[in-house]
Design a protein around this ligand. Structure first.
Ligand code: ADP
Length: 470
């Protein structure tokens, strides 16, 4: 029986809580509708790494430990200190001293070895994200002919930026070993097509030799729209949300982001500061709740940023608070999906202003959570992937320009209900057009080159594939 063989850095194993970021939500429909194997890192660092398998229904989850050296070189080093900043357009933060990608390649080879042990000829392989760019090359080198797709969850910058990465020529072209490479937006796909054209002289988005072609495409991720709306409707009545509402004089504005430099949190706080300085009439009438769980704290840039964000929030509160009101409420901890959904719904505006973001699901969750009869306003960075779908309804801003973001806050706070409703209707329609329940099958049918995805047919097709070019 053909299976979908998913591989990503982290795996959301059953009963182990959320350990794969947003991936388990994105892959939920695929895991539910098809027999799947999901392989990746266990999250454990061991001197003598082991690989374990857990079964649940038709699905199997295979997790493999890493050594301390693997963790430092592959995950903390090359993936998060070189690839993450560069793919987010931050050459200034890339640690070029860590350009050695040996550990990164070694872990990719390790995952390829683990896969070879269990992969069947008709399995359809789906590789996720920047940790595993060279995996198809490693699998082809082991003689595997399966259909293999890759999806990049984060941005793909233009070639002028990618080519600043030492050894990019050993890494990025290895994507040509996939049958399909998917991106969040057309812009990301076009950037990569231009890289290939510049570097390899390939003329189009269909590449390859012989019978096998590598195709590029955009597959923007979405959310479970209606489920999230229902959740928010219930959650707004929970004790936490009621308490927050009671304790905030006037309107609530919300920001929800991992503590990451790509999210533009400091500049966003500065924009709010300009808004407060320019609009004393709003003092005491708006409170900005920024929910920001720490992430990757072991990396210096993240620790530095934590300090800057703390200081900026403190400065704003010092300058503008009075005994009955503090303009910023800055919280450093994770919340349940239910709590977030309720807080989104209680907020008159959301500030989602990343400097660069693959998609940004918070923007989508905020829209889904609103009460259509009295919705809030989404203030969205033009540099979030979501901006491509949300042009019509969001207030699009340049996150590098605090004055323009400050002006958007003022516009959102004063926006009449009719305008809020028509903007929200446009945003909600965009969400429904691209619901996450259809995303997996859209990608998989593109991978198989078929109109819709049928696992049996896909399995038969996989077995008749031609051998890959060398
Ligand atoms: P990224 O994947 O870069 O972190 P996204 O906006 O695409 O950014 O996805 C973030 C996900 O993490 C969203 O689903 C959001 O609800 C969740 N999240 C963000 N902040 C928190 C928090 N404080 N508590 C719980 N979940 C959070």
């Amino acid at each position: 029986m053909a299976r979908i063989f998913i591989i990503s850095n982290r795996v959301a194993t059953p009963h182990a809580g959320l350990h794969a970021g947003g991936l388990e939500v994105v892959l939920k429909a695929t895991l539910k509708n098809h027999p799947c194997v999901w392989l990746g890192w266990s999250g454990d660092i061991k001197r003598h790494p082991k690989t374990r398998t857990v079964h649940q229904g038709d699905n199997s989850f295979i997790v493999s430990d890493l050594t301390q050296e693997d963790f430092e070189e592959y995950y903390s080093g090359f993936a998060n200190r070189v690839l993450w900043p560069i793919l987010h357009y931050r050459l200034d933060l890339a640690e070029f001293s860590r350009r050695d990608m040996t550990g990164y390649m070694r872990v990719n080879d390790h995952f390829a070895d683990e896969m070879v042990k269990v992969l069947k000829p008709d399995d359809i392989v789906w590789v996720h994200d920047y940790h595993l760019i060279p995996l198809a090359r490693a699998l082809r080198a082991r003689g595997l002919h399966n259909r293999i797709g890759f999806f990049l969850h984060i941005p793909m910058p233009p070639p002028e930026i990618i080519t600043a990465m030492p050894n990019h020529e050993n890494l990025l072209p290895s994507l040509c070993h996939y049958d399909l490479v998917g991106f969040q937006t057309d812009n990301d796909a076009a950037n990569f097509a231009r890289y290939l054209a510049n570097e390899l002289g390939t003329p189009s988005r269909r590449l390859g030799t012989g019978d096998r072609v590598m195709r590029l495409g955009a597959f923007p991720v979405g959310i479970e729209t209606r489920t999230f709306t229902r959740l928010a409707r219930r959650a707004v009545k929970t004790e936490l949300v009621l308490k927050v509402r009671e304790s905030v004089p006037g309107m609530l504005m919300i920001g929800v982001d991992r503590l990451d430099y790509s999210k533009g949190i400091t500049l966003r706080l500065e924009a709010y500061e300009r808004f407060l300085a320019a609009h004393p009439e709003w003092h005491g009438k708006v409170t900005y709740l920024q929910i920001t769980p720490r992430s990757r704290s072991q990396i210096k840039e993240y620790a530095d940023m934590e300090q800057t964000v703390n200081q900026t929030a403190g400065r704003i509160n010092g300058a503008f608070s009075d005994a009955s009101w503090s303009p910023v409420r800055y919280v450093n901890r994770p919340y349940s999906r239910t709590a977030l959904a309720g807080l989104y719904r209680a907020a008159r505006a959301a500030l989602v202003t990343p400097l660069r973001d693959g998609m940004n699901l918070v923007a989508k969750e905020y829209v889904a959570a609103q009460d259509a009869a009295d919705p809030g306003v989404l203030i969205l960075s033009r540099f979030a992937g979501a901006a491509a779908e949300f042009r019509d309804g969001a207030l699009l801003v340049n996150p590098y320009d605090p004055d323009s973001v400050g002006a958007a806050i003022s516009r959102a706070m004063a926006m009449p209900k009719d305008e809020r409703k028509s903007r929200h209707a446009a945003l909600y329609a965009a969400l429904l057009r691209n619901d996450i329940s259809k995303w997996g099958d859209k990608f998989l049918s593109a991978l198989m080159g078929t109109k819709s995805f049928n696992l049996e047919e896909a399995g038969r097709m996989s077995q008749n594939l031609p051998a890959p070019p060398h």
